[in-house]
Design a protein around this ligand. Structure first.
Ligand code: KMH
Ligand code: ZN
Length: 308
């Protein structure tokens, strides 16, 4: 088995400030969490931005540029910028910062889908900011739009024109077939890095049987020319990614995907989650990849060839 790549998704656009006081919001917080995660063993940092005033998800290039150069200066980690942003944003808004930063990696969401966050609203009793409740509740009528035309556009703008490689976010088995379609059109080249996403309401559920099935179909569609990683929402995070490590896959942690470190206990930092999965995978006999080893495995262009 090759070395295992730990990706850490630092803040995302799903959780809101009322859910955890530890969710990084400002550029300084996102920087410190990122450096901590990298020092703990994350080779890849998956990044979104937030408005430092009230913590809402932001696509503003200035918000990204307030932390990207700082992280780059202090760490060799691969910087992976989300092109998913938040489901509430237009594709042009989602792409503004990645186009400017020309990162080594960016995410690519492989299908249009529901992205239902509203059940989380019921668990919150005290709201920190006015925007949070409607943001979560209105997700009962929200479409996360990623049409084939959108995907082709992201592949062209970020891949062909800027040399980025992709974290292909696959929330269902159907998304694997969509990815295969883009391979067949010659718009995507291996080695592919596929993120199997479990537990988003609107995507595939967090059952172990679904992971073995996703892997079975990916093996069939992509043969040896792909690597997979797993992320799972909330309490399913550690069990499902441990299963990925056992099956030869890579792992993703981070407060984007889960705010917890164990049952009923909030994670105080992203680094805590990195250290936890690192302990587990090392006990299982896997060796954690450095950032440069991840660059080699994923055939990335190099940290010196970005716009950051
Ligand atoms: N939020 C995760 C479920 C993206 O940023 O493009 C998937 C994700 C999407 O990270
Ligand atoms: Zn993300």
């Amino acid at each position: 088995m090759s070395k295992i790549i730990i990706t850490c998704a630092i803040t995302g656009s799903i959780h809101t400030p009322s859910m955890s006081p530890h969710l990084p919001i400002t550029a300084e917080q996102i920087t410190e969490h990122s450096i901590g995660a990298a020092e703990a063993g994350a080779a890849i940092l998956h990044l979104h931005a937030r408005d430092p005033g009230d913590g809402r998800p932001s696509a503003e290039p200035a918000h990204f540029m307030a932390f990207l150069p700082q992280i780059k200066q202090r760490s060799n980690a691969v910087l992976n910028i989300s092109t998913g942003g938040s489901a509430t944003m237009t594709l042009d808004a989602r792409l503004a910062a990645p186009k400017l930063a020309e990162p080594e990696m960016c995410s690519l969401n492989m299908g249009t889908m529901n992205f239902a966050l509203y059940p989380a609203a019921e668990r919150i009793t005290e709201w920190k900011y006015d925007w949070e409740k409607p943001f979560l509740e209105n997700s009962d009528d929200l479409v996360f739009k990623n049409t084939p035309r959108d995907m082709a556009y992201v592949l062209h703008e970020m891949g062909d024109k800027r040399g980025a490689r992709f974290e292909f976010e696959c929330y269902d088995v159907s998304h694997l077939y969509m990815l295969r379609h883009f391979v067949d059109r010659g718009l995507v080249q291996g080695p592919l890095f596929i993120q199997f996403v479990f537990g988003v309401l609107g995507g595939i559920g967090p059952d172990p049987e679904n992971l073995t099935h996703m892997k079975l179909i990916a093996d069939k569609l992509f043969g040896d020319d792909y690597a997979f990683s797993v992320l799972a929402a909330g309490r399913h995070q550690i069990p499902l990614i441990t299963m990925s490590a056992i099956l030869g896959g890579h792992v993703r942690v981070g407060l984007e995907d889960s705010l917890m470190i164990s049952r009923g206990v909030l994670a105080k930092s992203n680094a805590e989650q990195v250290l936890k999965i690192r302990r587990i995978v090392e006990e299982l006999g896997r060796t954690v990849a450095t950032a440069d080893e991840a660059r080699e495995i994923l055939d990335l262009k190099g940290g010196d060839r970005t716009g950051i």
